[in-house]
Design a protein around this ligand. Structure first.
Ligand code: BG6
Length: 296
């Protein structure tokens, strides 16, 4: 179901039998919408997002590859998020395919221009699926197809922008007491103290060796996002707050109140693949009423 989205960019719309849905732009292999069975949007996309290459779409789930952030010599967050992906018509099978009928397979391979920026050959396969209860499942498979026998290394993130009612009413559970690199303090390493993470100013931290399950509790919406991840040891937490929000052309001045990025990532230890080797990174998002979670 390929159709035209903003500015004529092509997108795929997934619909699950019970009513949940998702939209994925071929531009960036970028999920821009994930709605629950009641049609409520779970992801934040800025009202000022620019749906036009080469600017990555502000919101949803940008894919950071082959570099996260400025942790290397490439452009910020690498280039996968501003390339046009293709539908992968004949993907190698994945075990999850049997549990979901609503899914799409995309693929990114380097162009000649890309090979000048990052001199490696690869196949990046992305499957986006809706589970039977409306969960959003993303599986990335990256294979080294270098013919010259050379390995390559990369860092990666699912740069997920969650939609929240009010950032000051939100907390994250699962990251307390962990070590993190603080992007606001020269990527220095610190240890998180005490309780759940709450928000009252700009944050840009890379939590290291995090558990496979992290929760975002939205008190006002009485909703909890549960993030489950595999192959992605780190978790980036980002909110630009007011000053940085104003400095971003594709982000509304007040929109920082309504979003929170929690990004399943592999940053501290780059992933290295020899020719023929494949890496897999899975992200599973669910949104559940908070009452359901209490006491867990
Ligand atoms: C976060 C980074 O993941 O993405 C931040 O940790 C960065 O440092 C943010 O500002 C947004 O990046 P961009 O390139 O999409 O504006």
């Amino acid at each position: 179901q390929l159709c035209k989205g903003v500015n004529g960019l092509e997108k795929v719309v997934l619909k699950e039998a019970k009513g949940s849905s998702a939209e994925i732009y071929l531009y960036g292999g970028h999920v821009t919408s994930w709605k629950n069975e009641n049609g409520e949007e779970m992801l934040f996309v800025s009202s000022k997002a620019i749906f036009k290459p080469p600017k990555a779409i502000r919101g949803g789930i940008p894919l950071c590859f082959p570099q996260f952030g400025s942790h290397g010599s490439l452009e910020q967050h690498g280039f996968a998020r501003n390339r046009i992906w293709s539908i992968d018509k004949d993907p190698p099978p994945l075990p999850t395919s049997s549990t979901s009928k609503a899914y799409v397979d995309l693929i990114l391979k380097p162009s000649e221009e890309d090979a000048k920026i990052w001199p490696h050959s690869y196949e990046f396969r992305l499957r986006v699926a809706l589970g039977p209860t409306g969960d959003l499942l993303l599986t990335s498979r990256i294979r080294n197809t270098n013919a010259d026998g050379k390995p390559f290394s990369f860092t990666f993130a699912y740069h997920t922008y969650f939609s929240v009612s009010d950032i000051s009413e939100v907390r994250i559970e699962g990251l307390e007491t962990l070590d993190y690199l603080d992007n606001l303090q020269n990527k220095e390493r610190f240890t998180e103290q005490g309780d759940a993470i709450t928000f009252e100013s700009e944050i840009d931290k890379i939590y290291l060796s995090t558990p496979t399950k992290i929760a975002i509790l939205d008190h006002e919406k009485k909703r909890t996002f549960v993030i489950r991840k595999d192959g992605l040891p780190d978790a980036v937490v980002w909110n630009p707050w007011d000053r940085k929000a104003k400095a971003m052309a594709d982000f509304g001045d007040d929109e920082y109140k309504y979003m929170l990025c929690v990004e399943a990532a592999a940053v501290e230890k780059p992933i290295t693949l020899k020719p023929g080797e494949e890496w897999k990174g899975r992200l599973e998002l669910s949104a559940v009423p908070s009452s359901y979670c209490s006491g867990q």
